[in-house]
Design a protein around this ligand. Structure first.
Ligand SMILES: [Zn+2]
Length: 73
């Protein structure tokens, strides 16, 4: 295992680098937290998507089920 910041060898897999003090790798936990926070900031997009979906539903109730199956499986 090698530190992603300074490329120092980290054979004992320390979570923090013994050389530079940064995290030696991007853990899945960190990635999940990042994703959650990124999604949390995207509520405007979520609302927009919901609005579009509702709009389609209202405009074309007959074909909405086909549209839904196409995009949601
Ligand atoms: Zn380092």
């Amino acid at each position: 295992m090698i530190c992603i910041h300074c490329d120092s060898p980290n054979p004992e897999r320390w979570f923090y680098c013994r050389n530079c003090g940064n995290k030696t790798s991007e853990s899945k936990f960190t990635t999940n937290l990042y994703m959650m926070s990124a999604l949390g900031k995207r509520t405007d997009i979520e609302l927009t998507n919901t609005t579009v979906e509702e709009d389609i539903k209202h405009r074309n109730k007959v074909n909405y089920s086909k549209y839904k199956n196409k995009f949601l499986g």
